[in-house]
Structure formats: structure tokens, C-alpha cells
Design a protein around this ligand. Structure first.
Ligand SMILES: Nc1ncnc2c1ncn2[C@@H]1O[C@H](COP(=O)(O)OP(=O)(O)OP(=O)(O)O)[C@@H](O)[C@H]1O
Ligand SMILES: [Mg+2]
Length: 289
């Protein structure tokens, strides 16, 4: 590892830099690497998040590109899920949570008062750590979203959406003969693909995934990873993962968080082979986290 490529910790501290834990050098919250991309789908600017008076995200600025898979990594509690939930206003459901800064989707501020969160969460869909199918049939799990968003008027159109979404989620062949059986009766890996089909069915632009494979075995994990690879041709995917191997396999860019700060962002190959910041290097070499 080239130590001379590590971030120079004597750099000047940016004015907007707040220490959220005294053990972290004050300049460490200045992100290393290029936070912007040429053709962004989303732009996050100076995002702060507080739970009551406790700061969980500190001045994060990051673009998310079109058709990219970007991985968010970092030790437990560093704010990965909190940041991910900012991207479709899922944090709105937590009373103590307060967000400032700016997050744009296709140039529009998603925190604008006029923004309706229901269509936003269809545009920026979310897949959770634990598969959470509705207590409904496989068919209804996928059909529910397009129906409530008024995407179809006829049963045959809905059938087409259900089939194509299950197809794109790599599940159709396994469920086509039992569409009326409960989604909760599927295996964990199948349930997660059902949740991905449900997200795809409402025509998202961005899919947020918070540790989508942590409850799955290696075979089911491999299927989800294959799927992520196929889906990114059509969608932007932001994935939080504790598995650095997974981040390396599925993503083109990686963002490393530490104590609420975005420490470093860059091409995934560079982050794992030649991290520029000491904290990134310590994490990926297993010195902490
Ligand atoms: N609903 C909440 N209310 C209060 N504090 C919260 C809430 N959710 C998260 N936090 C706090 O915010 C910080 C960031 O948590 P977050 O869940 O975003 O971390 P994470 O990086 O996703 O961790 P993990 O890898 O364990 O999932 C932590 O200190 C956590 O305790
Ligand atoms: Mg989390």
C-alpha cells in the first residue's frame, strides 16, 4: 500500500466541518475523491441528519450517476442506512429525524414542500435487509403498486406488468404456476427477488438496497448480485453492504462512511486497491469495523 497516496491529514479544515466525535481529527470529514459525476441522477449537497440533537450525518455531498451501482460501506452505526433513507425521504417516518441540505432527483429538490412522497418512493424504490413481502399472493405483491399508482386500467395490462417485473427480477419461472399462493411462502432468496419485482413494477429510476443479502445464503446472494448486475443497465442502484467482496463484485463506485462523515468516494477498484484516506485503508484492511 502506498502510504504517500493517503490523504494528507494536515490539510486545512473546511469551515463547514463539524466534529461529531472528538476522537476523529477535524479535517477527516472533508471527503477525499471526486464526489461529482458527469451525468448525475441524484445530487446530494451538504446533507446533515440529526436524530433529536444527535448528529448522524455530517455535511455529505455526493452525486449518484445514471445506471451506476454505487456501494456504501463503513462500520456499523456510521450512518449508511440513515443516508440511504434520505434519498427517498424514508426518514420522514421517524419523528425525531431532521434533515438539512439539498437532495435533487433529476434536478428537482425532493425535499420541496410540493413534493408528494408517494410518487417519490415509486421513483426511488427501496429493498430492505429482511425480505418483507405483503401478506398477499405473489401476484398481488407485484400488482399492488401499479394499481395504487394508477399505472394500468385493465387486468391484462396489469398481468403484463406482473409478468415482466417477475421476469426482470429473475423469479418468473419459479413462481409462474403458483401466482395465487402467498408471497410469504417463498424461500428467503425468492422473497427478496419478489420484493425487487415489487419495486421494479412501479417503474423506478433509482433502487435503494439496504444490505439486501444479509439474511440470504450464498446461492441466493449470488442470484441477487447477478440481478443487480443486470438491473443497472436500466436503473441506478445504491447498495449498502457490510461485505466488501460484494461491494467489489457489484459496484462501479464505492463510498466509505465513518461516524457520519463521507470519508472517501471513488471507483470501486481504486477504493479497494489504493485507498487514499487512512480511515478507508484501515477499514478495508480489517484494522477496524
Ligand atoms: N431511528 C433512530 N433514532 C435515533 N437514532 C438513530 C435512529 N436510526 C439510527 N440512529 C443513529 O444514527 C446513527 C447512524 O445509524 P445508521 O443505522 O444509519 O447506521 P448504519 O451505518 O446503517 O449501521 P449498520 O451498519 O449497523 O446498519 C447511529 O448512531 C444510530 O444509533
Ligand atoms: Mg444500516
Amino acid at each position: 500500500m502506498q502510504t504517500n497516496t493517503l490523504y494528507n491529514s494536515s490539510a486545512t479544515q473546511p469551515d463547514n466541518c463539524i466534529n461529531i466525535q472528538s476522537s476523529i481529527a477535524s479535517d477527516d470529514c472533508h471527503t477525499v475523491g471526486n464526489t461529482s459525476v458527469k451525468n448525475p441522477r441524484m445530487n446530494c449537497r451538504n446533507v446533515d441528519v440529526f436524530y433529536a440533537d444527535k448528529q448522524a450525518i455530517n455535511q455529505v455531498t455526493l452525486d449518484i450517476g445514471r445506471n451506476e451501482v454505487i456501494a456504501m460501506i463503513g462500520p456499523s452505526g456510521c450512518g449508511k442506512s440513515t443516508f440511504l433513507r434520505c434519498l427517498n425521504r424514508m426518514n420522514d417516518t421517524i419523528d425525531s429525524c431532521r434533515i438539512s441540505g439539498e437532495i435533487l432527483l433529476d434536478g428537482q429538490n425532493i425535499y420541496d414542500k410540493r413534493q408528494d412522497v408517494v410518487p417519490l418512493r415509486a421513483q426511488v424504490g427501496m429493498v430492505f435487509q429482511k425480505p418483507n413481502p405483503f401478506p398477499k399472493s405473489i401476484y398481488e405483491n407485484v400488482a399492488y403498486g401499479p394499481r395504487i399508482h394508477g399505472l394500468t386500467s385493465t387486468k391484462s395490462d396489469l398481468d403484463i406488468i406482473v409478468e415482466s417485473s417477475l421476469n426482470r427480477a429473475g423469479l418468473w419461472d419459479e413462481v409462474k404456476d403458483r401466482l395465487n399462493q402467498p408471497g410469504t411462502g417463498l424461500s428467503g432468496g425468492q422473497q427478496q427477488r419478489l420484493c425487487i419485482a415489487r419495486t421494479i413494477a412501479v417503474g423506478p429510476e433509482v433502487i435503494l438496497m439496504d444490505e439486501p443479502c444479509s439474511a440470504l445464503d450464498p446461492i441466493a446472494t449470488a442470484k441477487i448480485e447477478e440481478l443487480i448486475d443486470e438491473l443497472h443497465e436500466e436503473y441506478t442502484i445504491v447498495i449498502v453492504t457490510h461485505s466488501m467482496q460484494q461491494a467489489a463484485r457489484v459496484s462501479q463506485r464505492t463510498a466509505y462512511f465513518h461516524l457520519g462523515n463521507l470519508i472517501e468516494v471513488g471507483e470501486t477498484n481504486q477504493i479497494f486497491s489504493n485507498p487514499r484516506h487512512k480511515l478507508t485503508e484501515d477499514y478495508i484492511t480489517g484494522r477496524f469495523g
